[in-house]
Design a binder for this molecule. Structure first.
Ligand code: HXC
Length: 289
């Protein structure tokens, strides 16, 4: 689908790049010759992932321990990359957090746990990288991973729906503000691409919910769910060095699912108090190291 060395000479930071969708995009971009920087909260996970990229694709790949909720830590990591390796050419805002909860049950901490990562943390990284590009008069590309619920909203994941809609607004706003500085900002809005992190928190295997993945597959116009290859390919297209007139766009990648079926999780309206207690237990145990 792509020219073999399309990304030679490119240096790309992928937040949360050691697992899930970030890892799928890292593999694709590395396979096309990019130098990859992965950051995540668990150093061992990103170190292991970086070593695999080097072994599998022969590219330079580096790991950085970073919790994007800390603006100081974000600045430190971005400074470190610039000093030790050189200027980034692109940023992939992939790191996220989410769990399903009735909104009336959410604690303040629960709301912050999601919005501090998705809404605030993504802004900190984008601003820190953008400032460097602007100060040095460099071109750059930002690709943010949102979700189809930026258009539909999403019940039972309101902090994520609010935060991802904010990132969609950031994408469109910065496309115009930073476009004249040759910094383009786009986003991918994926539908269901099963990953261990998302499935364990959003589709807990409580009684009655076991077949929710099968149902989503059957209801999808393409009769399948998304894969890492799907998002890797679209990311590689959107960030491609010569793709410089693509700006301010959020591209939905869901096989047509949102058009056919709308918002996710509407079936959770029928959950009982016991179902919710069990779902929370599942999500919290998924979070234990
Ligand atoms: C209710 C919960 C909860 C749950 C945590 N909390 N999990 N409340 N139901 N399932 C509450 C806690 O009780 C606590 O509030 C507060 O949230 C903070 O919890 P911590 O465990 O201390 O938070 P933290 O360690 O910072 O973990 C953040 C996290 C976690 C977001 C909760 O799940 C995480 O790190 N996730 C990262 C990976 C991830 O989520 N991947 C999926 C992304 S999917 P109190 O009041 O008790 O102190 C995605 C979109 C996918 O983004 C789209 C698919 C279509």
């Amino acid at each position: 689908m792509f020219q073999a060395n399309l990304y030679a000479g490119q240096r790309i930071l992928i937040t949360g790049g050691g697992t899930g969708l970030g890892w799928a995009m890292a593999r694709k971009l590395a396979s096309l010759g990019a130098e990859i920087h992965l950051c995540g909260r668990r150093l061992a996970v990103v170190e292991d992932a970086a070593a695999r990229l080097q072994a599998d694709f022969g590219v330079d790949a580096f790991a950085h321990a970073l919790d994007i909720r800390s603006p100081d830590a974000v600045q430190h990591t971005v400074d470190h990359i610039w000093q030790q390796h050189g200027a980034l050419t692109a940023l992939v805002n992939n790191a996220a957090g989410n769990f399903v909860s009735r909104t009336e049950d959410l604690s303040v901490n629960g709301f912050h746990a999601i919005s501090d990562i998705v809404f605030r943390g993504t802004f900190y990284v984008t601003q820190a990288v953008g400032r460097k590009w602007i100060a040095q008069g460099r071109a750059g590309a930002v690709l943010s991973i949102v979700v189809t619920w930026v258009d539909t909203g999403a019940p039972f994941v309101v902090p994520s729906a609010m935060s991802k809609a904010g990132l969609d607004a950031m994408t469109k706003s910065l496309a115009v503000e930073w476009g004249p500085k040759r910094i383009r900002c786009n986003a991918i809005a994926p539908g269901v691409i099963p990953t261990q992190g998302a499935s364990s928190r959003l589709r807990p295997s409580i009684a009655g919910n076991e077949d929710s993945v099968d149902r989503r597959q059957a209801d999808n116009p393409m009769r399948r769910l998304g894969t890492g290859e799907d998002i890797g390919n679209l990311a590689a297209f959107m960030l491609a060095p010569d793709n410089t007139w693509l700006n301010g766009q959020t591209i939905t990648l869901d096989g047509g699912d949102a058009l056919a079926n709308g918002a996710y999780f509407t079936e959770y309206q029928y959950w009982s108090d016991a179902d919710w207690a069990q779902a929370k237990q599942h999500a919290i145990s998924a979070n234990r190291p």
